[in-house]
Design a binder for this molecule. Structure first.
Ligand code: URA
Ligand code: SF4
Length: 219
């Protein structure tokens, strides 16, 4: 089956992880994407932000959250009192998944499957093992499922501090890597959702309000 584990380096440090991830072929997503987009940020970060997967811009430029959704995220973090330069930003899946339109001119984002999320999870687990953050922020449903298990629903569980690793059906994936309830997890909407709705103001305000809860846990 799909699995990134054989590609993980022997040592757990961010540089070694990022270099090894560049050669990952743990699932088919590496084939059509330009490159692996690994997590980046402050190695001493107390908060780790987890998105879904790199988008078109991220795939071209090689850095997480540098496109339109990244703009929303950076602004919302600042408004919530979280300094992005002191955080670590990554994704549940490290390659861009898309379908080509207009004879390949447009690349439309496609959500990763649960299999692809599970295949890529060893990279996310390794990042969290090295960073040992106090707070993990799941940005959207994919990140929530990757971190808490497939039954996670963002509409039901957003905006409140949850134990991480989780205690329910998502616990197995983190066994051994973390002490029980070692960190807190806050789930919120994906920043790109703000760009897709009519009422951007309300959606954005909700994102900021959730991020403020995460900021409060860092004090
Ligand atoms: N959306 C994500 O989930 N991650 C990125 O890095 C960019 C857009
Ligand atoms: Fe490896 Fe993840 Fe890329 Fe799949 S998406 S090839 S598991 S880095």
């Amino acid at each position: 089956g799909y699995d990134a584990s054989p590609y993980l380096p022997g040592e757990d440090d961010l540089r070694a992880l990022s270099e090894a991830a560049a050669g990952c072929r743990g699932c088919p997503l590496y084939r059509d994407a330009t490159r692996t987009v690994f997590g980046e940020g402050d190695p001493g970060a107390r908060v780790v932000l987890v998105g879904e997967q790199p988008g078109d811009q991220e795939d071209r430029r090689g850095h997480p959250f540098v496109g339109p959704a990244g703009g929303v995220l950076t602004r919302a973090l600042e408004e919530a009192g979280i300094d992005r330069t002191r955080a670590y930003v990554t994704n549940a899946v490290k390659h861009f998944k898309f379908t080509a339109q207009d004879r390949g001119k447009k690349r439309i984002h496609k959500p990763p499957t649960l299999r692809e999320m599970a295949a890529c999870r060893p990279w996310l687990a390794a990042e969290l093992r090295v960073l040992r953050p106090d707070v993990v922020v799941a940005l959207g449903a994919t990140a929530g499922k990757a971190l808490l298990g497939p039954s996670f629903r963002v509409t039901k569980e957003r905006g409140v501090l949850l134990p991480f690793p989780p205690t329910g059906d998502g616990a197995g994936a983190w066994e051994g890597a973390f002490a029980p309830e070692e960190a807190l997890l806050l789930a919120t909407i994906h920043p790109s959702a703000v760009l897709r709705v009519q009422d951007r103001e309300a959606m954005y305000a909700g994102l900021v309000a959730d991020l403020r809860v995460a900021a409060g846990a860092l004090r």
